[in-house]
Design a protein around this ligand. Structure first.
Ligand code: AMP
Ligand code: MG
Length: 327
């Protein structure tokens, strides 16, 4: 599934920045330093590039990713800021703070990058190499840590190469990452809540907001647990009931196809095909947008054809199972 690439490693000169931007624009994967850890970047607006990123990391599940932008103006184009978000952005950007905010209508970030949620995580990194790449590209970049799933976050280019050689296109070697700790994540939906501790301290955030933040109740290891009841949707959940591994369409159902366009049984209320030729990468890129479209059709349920478990199929099946869980 994942094509063997030869991974280039370049010093952070102008030519490397240009190569990184070109590669990202064409849907490639580029590791670069940020002030937290080395990130593995993909064009956030390109669903197939984001799918390739998951495949390269070998992630068994699609978690929403952080979109990196060069400045507050670029962030405002993607999300709706309220007063606490404005204050936090002014105080800590660029820097190791991620804000989770409502997605703006028309936000071009792919549904796969936000895992189908109506919210988006945004960060403005301060590292000069990250800044140069984001400005040269002119598009938001998702950049989770540049390691294989389950391995430790890389703080220098050699770590990245050891984990991802042959799986990504380019590494921009900007020396060791300075903080070596992930960004602090604060949601403002609308009240500020800390979702993950990190490079900016709770005290610093509370000082800027002039309030004390509620205690974080979500154990970071268990991302499916809600932060606090009703506060934050932790994964995409359609209104319609999902019926997995369907072998037929029943009355009133829409069809989420994979491969062939139809199943025996009733006429589907609506149909979307994740991957007519059976390509799981394409299926991953289409997953959330197709689910949303079928949900919007008003069908009472969505029959989902079996998806193979190979490669990204595991993560697709994981998200489908969560979306199908009774609520
Ligand atoms: P990282 O591993 O540093 O790329 O950070 C990804 C983290 O951001 C994950 O733990 C996600 O759960 C969190 N995250 C990203 N987007 C959202 C969102 N829309 N809502 C809540 N958490 C998010
Ligand atoms: Mg990581």
């Amino acid at each position: 599934m994942t094509v063997a690439l030869s991974t280039r490693v370049l010093k952070p000169e102008k030519a490397a920045i240009d190569a990184a931007a070109r590669c990202l624009r064409e849907g490639g994967l580029v590791a670069f330093p940020t002030e937290t850890v080395y990130g593995l970047g993909a064009d956030a607006t390109n669903g197939e590039a984001v799918a390739r990123l998951y495949a390269a990391k070998g992630r068994p599940s699609f978690n929403p990713l952080i979109a990196h932008v060069p400045d507050i103006a670029a962030a405002r184009a993607l999300a709706v800021f309220n007063a606490p978000a404005d204050r936090l952005a002014a105080a800590f950007w660029p820097g190791p703070l991620t804000l989770v905010l409502p997605r703006r209508a028309g936000c071009p970030v792919s549904d796969l990058a936000t895992a189908g949620l109506d919210t988006i995580a945004l960060r403005v990194p301060s590292h000069p190499v990250a800044q140069d790449i984001l400005r040269a590209l002119g598009r938001p970049v998702v950049a989770p840590s540049a390691n294989r799933s389950g391995h430790v976050s890389p703080t220098d280019a050699a770590h990245v190469l050891a984990d991802l050689d042959g799986r990504i296109d380019l590494i921009v070697d900007g020396g060791p990452a300075a903080i070596g700790m992930e960004s602090t994540i604060v949601a403002c939906l609308p009240d500020p809540v800390m979702l993950r501790p990190g490079g900016v301290s709770r005290e610093a955030i509370e000082a800027v907001l002039g309030i004390s933040l509620p205690a974080t109740t979500r154990p970071e290891a268990n991302e499916s647990a809600p932060l606090a009841p009703g506060m934050l949707a932790s994964h995409y959940a359609p209104r319609a009931q999902l019926r997995l591994n369907a072998a037929e369409v029943r009355a009133g159902e829409a069809l989420l196809a994979f491969g062939p366009d139809a199943l025996p049984g009733a006429q589907a209320e609506a149909m979307r095909n994740l991957a007519p030729r059976g390509d799981v990468l394409e299926a991953a890129a289409n997953l959330f947008s197709h689910l949303r479209a079928l949900d919007a059709s008003g069908a009472r349920a969505i029959a989902v054809m079996p998806i193979p478990y190979e490669s990204l199929g595991e993560a697709i099946n994981d998200r489908l199972a969560r979306a199908a869980a009774p609520r």
